[in-house]
Design a protein around this ligand. Structure first.
Ligand SMILES: [Cu+2]
Length: 245
């Protein structure tokens, strides 16, 4: 073996090892953060209309509360963590086809509410709408960029399988038979989206190195965005604070 080939072989081994370790070009980091609200949040309101409907009320021992403004603990500065905030990378990702989840995203109708109240799906992913109640619902989606649907769904019937093919933040889905019933679907062309829990936190995993615009959306407080840089496959932290207008 001459000296030239001796030099190339270890280089190939080194590059392969570096790629396997994720240190060349394929870094995958994380964007994690919290969404908060500063100000006195409105009190959770019992859903009176739901409780006035006999078929729906009998599914609850205590009146469920309004899902529009769900929050966690209040700190000493009067800041609360916000639930049901949709978080996604709006700009900055490379053009690429990402693997599509094999499982559908699921919305259930339970106790005359949609569960979950906010969710994300991939553009083109199946969205299964189930009726887990013993009463009829009517599922009405009226997107602006996608094809809508409006289907009656009696109890004990098969789930409706739908999909939205274009990115759209957000698609409202409502029930025509129960005016209080609504949920919101964020349709995204890539896998980097999340919904905050009651503690206000979210995590976007396996994000490649880059500079991104991260946007958050809340049903009443609307959108906010920030630039976030992921570098070296490490976690980048970000905090969004809505203030009472
Ligand atoms: Cu309904």
């Amino acid at each position: 073996m001459n000296s030239k080939s001796c030099g190339i072989r270890p280089l190939i081994v080194l590059v392969a090892a570096a790629l396997a370790a994720g240190s060349i070009g394929v870094n995958a980091g994380e964007i994690k953060g919290t969404v908060k609200f500063k100000g006195t949040p409105r009190k959770a309101r019992p859903m009176k209309k739901l409780m006035a409907d006999e078929a729906c009320a009998c599914m609850h021992t205590t009146p469920p509360v309004d899902e529009k403004f769900v929050y966690g603990e209040t700190d000493e500065a009067g800041v609360v963590t916000l639930c049901n905030v949709f978080v996604w990378i709006k700009e900055g990702l490379p053009e690429k086809e990402y693997d599509m989840p094999k499982e559908p995203a699921v919305i259930n109708q339970k106790g005359c509410t949609f569960l979950p109240h906010v969710l994300g799906v991939r553009a083109g992913q199946d969205l299964e709408v189930r009726n887990g109640d013993k009463t009829a619902h009517n599922v009405n989606a009226q997107p602006k960029k996608n094809k809508g649907f409006n289907n009656a769904q009696p109890p004990n019937t098969r789930p409706l399988t739908k999909s939205f093919t274009r990115e759209e933040i957000m698609v409202k889905v409502a029930c025509d038979m129960h005016t209080w019933m609504s949920c919101y679907v964020g349709v995204v062309s890539h896998p980097f989206f999340a919904v905050t829990g009651k503690d206000g936190t979210f995590s976007l995993k396996d994000v490649p190195d880059g500079k991104y615009e991260v946007e958050v959306w809340h049903e009443l407080l609307k959108t906010k965005s920030q630039t976030v840089t992921v570098k070296g496959g490490e976690a980048a932290s970000v905090e969004f604070v809505y203030a009472k207008p």
